[in-house]
Design a protein. Sequence first.
Length: 477
Amino acid sequence: MIDLSQLNLTSFIPELTLVIGTLVLIIRDLVRKNRSALGIGWGSMVLLGALIILALNIGARPGTYLFGALIGDGVAVFFKVFFASAVLLAIAMTLFTFKKQGEPYILLLSSVLGMFLLAGSMDIVTLAVAIELVSIPSYILATYHRGDSRSAEAGLKYVLYGAVSTGVMLYGFSLLYGMSGATSIPDIAAYFASADFSSGLFLVAIVLVLAGIGYKIAMVPFHFWCPDVYEGAPTPFTAFFSVAPKAAGFAALFRLMDIFGAPAEFAGMDTRFLFSIAAALTMTFGNLGALHQINLKRLLAYSSIAHAGYILMGFAAGTHDAYQAVLFYLVVYLFMNLGAFLVVDAAGRFLGGETTSHVKGLGKTSPALAVALAVFLFSLVGLPPLAGFIGKFYLFKALIAENMWTLALIGIANTAISLIYYVRVIRDMFIYEPEEDAKSIPMTFGLSLLTLIFVIPTLVLGVYWGPLAQWVEAAIG
């Protein structure tokens, strides 16, 4: 007989609130006729704000719910707050572009349900379903500009690569289930930590699962979709792709690390070596690919690949401090990367494009936005006294504590390489003169406010990061 007490729906209130709120907004969108859709956007932001409050309170209750499929722990709370905040800021950026269509806001909200489930997944079936709940709305958003061939290409590549990666990941899960006889992540990890099993088959399963997750985080060699999708999708959605679904992939990876690290060694290699290779290849390919990009969205796409490599360094170390560094870096990356895309989006709307030539002389025509973009780019490099420096410091510190000097040196070398293409953009903005017919970007109240929302944490977390570090430590602990 099923024990209904294990449902524990009280802990599921944030997800239930999200579903009910989304349904209300869908009905509101259906009856609004030809009126502005900005009310849908603002309603979505209010709902996400409420979810942050609920996650910090109700979500903080320890224990499992939904028959052990989900867990409410510090990490789940962290990721729920992170996802809701990231999507809230992405919707705020979307308000500039989509004033008549309500569907984008509904789709962005729909993806949050999958992210919330990913945050606390303790079962591979739940995790697989949650990943698809994140992915399907993303496929639609990528191709939302129906008349744009680039957007159509972006959506097609996204869905094709996504379908293949999902199939590969599910096959890996089926192998894990076949060997262990369980779908619960703790049970699978316990089996491989204690029982005799085929290390070769386990390695195949791990590689397949890592390939599926690697697609979500744009890990080399599963990154092919990233530059084309980022370039072709509407810029606010590109900003969303660069942070929220990518962080969802890392949340899934975080939950699966108990399985990956269960056996100390398999087939002659351990988990640390596997993640070290993935991190080194990802950050190196991302930075080298960005060197010759003139389209800012493609440049930031390759930059996003490189930063996935930096974050993977934390998984390679696999220690308590390394996981703290991963969560800290995700928060820092949220502000500096979304901030960079905000300026690129403004350039696309007012200057006619998103290439380096469009921002040439921006320091003279729109100095406030040029300075903001310079702050974001220098933070992405990891220069002090900006937040990106502290984020990378924590990652490299975790590597050095484990004597992983080779990977740390590769990371430092890649940081130096990234300085080249970031500084090239800054040079174009401040050294070169603008074209004779160059326009300026009007600093509206909304654009000014959002710019400050991204700039202030990027600056403050570079000199006063203690409260965030303490929250992250409490989440991991």
